[in-house]
Write a protein that binds this ligand. Structure first.
Ligand code: NAG
Ligand code: NAG
Length: 527
């Protein structure tokens, strides 16, 4: 991007930028903390009568099948738990609790009568309730995408993923909050307000599936269906201490999600957030349908036979520097893995020039997505003008969030990315990284430069989701893995990336790290 008279000069400038960014980062966190730390509210502990909510969806489904648990009791427990925590996290957009209870009683009747082995095969999650981001169409439920102009819109039919989950026996109990038009690192809009991170309610749970992660981390949902175009499954999972899997793009059916018809070539994928890794493969299979086979989800490789690479940080000028505590978490994971391997196979550092342009590459590939943000902004009536919308916002005449206005301005008035450059770099990047990883290699990489940010502070660091977004640009799978807490009690973690269709490899490593590092980081205690 810049041309320097001498390499030396360039190096000095890089170091200067590095320190300037770090200083700015600390200043932002310091000033926001003065406001938000006083407003932190605790999440009530999980009561022993709801202890069942600690279990995985897979274990719950098994209990229902074995008649050790009634679906009605499970649905009631989830509803009661939501009612306890939702006033603090504001995650639920709309609910169907009564209908879900009726459906659960129907399941219990069915189980009492008895199902054939074949019927059980088709319904692996019979009687287990689920929630999903509001952008996923559920017949009769709101479908606003967080737009004020759509606040009365109701979905006329189920999305393909909802149909598949229902066919698998799962019961929708509610939809959850999202950022206006989905593409943002916070979960806020004018229809439903703002969702809080349960670990620190003055911080963002991430976006766009922030409410799903907030519910999961508070024991308030059992299955959490998300979607990810620039980190929307993995980022909230990271900020809330959960696991999240982003399957290889093209494998999950997008019909009925965020206006998609399901045929588009896209870097968008449906995914799940979960407390337990064991849920991620069976749930991904359901939304992938016939394409599940291609993801090798059941591939269970011995850690010793996996080739590990790692990326500590990048020099992307758009993105803050990775904080020491996150680097420490990665180092602990690497050293644990190193103990398992022979020295010859020790994890190797990996880098490619593409990692220095993570945000710009994603920005370029976003122009190939079918969504027209300026049109969506007005509920598909006319193309909005970013500058006019900014003036309206400043004058208090806007029904949109500032981040949507800023995104519109970026799309309309900032220079476009050089397409020949972006396509060439992406191709070289993919060739290099996927050749290296092959069928048995994974890359451990940062999730974000920092832990969950304070509310509104993302506007000052808008590109810090780029470690997630670059994975979308590469169109490969990645799993978000929690790795304990930092000195302030906030979740740490890393991403595990593999070559396309090696989803099972990501999950194998996630399972290993879950066992070694304590798994998901819950936002409250359980009695
Ligand atoms: C928003 O768009 C939908 C079609 O997607 C339409 O049915 C509805 O009337 C529109 N609402 C407003 C307020 O323009
Ligand atoms: C927007 O309207 C056009 C027709 O004017 C229609 O083809 C398209 O599907 C609509 N898009 C959305 C997202 O509603």
């Amino acid at each position: 991007m810049f041309e320097f008279q001498s390499v030396n000069m360039g190096k000095k400038l890089k170091i200067f930028i590095l320190y300037a960014k770090l200083l700015l980062d600390f200043a932002i966190d310091f000033f926001f903390s003065l406001y938000w730390d006083k407003r932190k509210k605790p999440i009530p502990d999980l009561e022993s009568k709801h202890a069942i909510l600690k279990e995985s969806a897979t274990a719950l489904a098994k209990k229902i099948r074995n008649k050790e648990l009634k679906s009605e009791d499970l649905v009631r427990a989830v509803v009661e738990r939501i009612k306890e925590v939702n006033p603090i996290i504001n995650a639920i957009a709309a609910d169907r609790y009564e209908a879900a209870l009726t459906e659960a009683r129907e399941v219990d009747r069915l189980v009492a009568v008895g199902l054939s082995e074949q019927e059980w095969q088709k319904k692996p999650f019979l009687g287990v309730p689920f929630t999903t981001k509001e952008s996923q169409a559920i017949k009769g439920m709101p479908l606003t995408m967080g737009l004020w102009s759509r606040r009365k819109e109701v979905a006329s039919e189920d999305s393909e993923a909802i149909i598949r989950l229902k066919n698998a026996g799962a019961i929708p109990i509610g939809s959850s909050n999202l950022p206006e038009l989905l593409v943002w690192q916070e979960t806020r809009n004018l229809v439903y307000g703002m969702t809080n991170n349960p670990h620190h309610t003055g911080r963002s749970p991430g976006g766009s599936s922030g409410a799903e992660a907030a519910l999961t981390a508070s024991y308030a949902t059992t299955i959490s269906l998300c979607s990810d175009l620039g980190g929307s499954t993995r980022m909230p999972a990271f900020y809330c201490g959960m696991f999240g899997h982003h399957p290889t793009p093209g494998s999950t059916n997008l019909r009925g999600v965020f206006f998609r018809n399901g045929d588009e070539e896209s870097m968008f994928s449906l995914g799940f957030i979960a407390k337990h890794v064991e849920d991620l493969a069976p749930l991904t299979k359901i939304v992938a349908g016939d394409k599940a086979k291609g993801l090798n989800l059941d591939k269970d490789v011995d850690i010793k036979n996996i080739k590990f690479y790692y990326l500590e940080s990048t020099n992307d000028v758009c993105v803050s520097s990775v904080r020491a505590e996150l680097k420490g978490a990665m180092k602990r994971a690497i050293s644990k893995i190193t103990q398992e391997l022979t020295t010859a196979d020790a994890p190797q550092p990996y880098h490619h020039e593409g990692f220095n342009h993570m945000y710009v590459l994603w920005k370029y590939w976003m122009t190939k997505e079918p969504d027209n943000t300026a049109l969506l902004y007005t509920n598909n009536t006319t193309e909005a003008n970013g500058i006019l919308e900014l003036i309206k916002k400043v004058c208090g005449l806007s029904k949109h969030c500032l981040f949507s206005v800023v995104r519109l301005i970026e799309l309309q008035f900032l220079p476009a990315v050089d397409s020949a450059w972006a396509e060439k770099l992406t191709k070289e990047f993919k060739d290099d990284i996927f050749t290296k990883l092959g069928e048995n290699g994974v890359l451990l990489m940062p999730s974000a430069p920092h832990v969950a940010p304070y509310h509104y502070s993302c506007l000052l660091r808008p590109f810090n989701f780029a470690y997630f977004a670059v994975v979308n640009a590469l169109k490969c799978p990645a799993t978000q893995v929690p790795l304990g807490k930092d000195s302030q009690g906030l979740p740490l973690g890393i991403q595990v990336l593999a070559a396309p269709n090696n989803d099972g490899l990501c999950l194998t490593v996630a399972r290993y790290l879950e066992k070694e590092f304590g798994g998901s980081v819950m936002a409250c205690k359980s009695k």
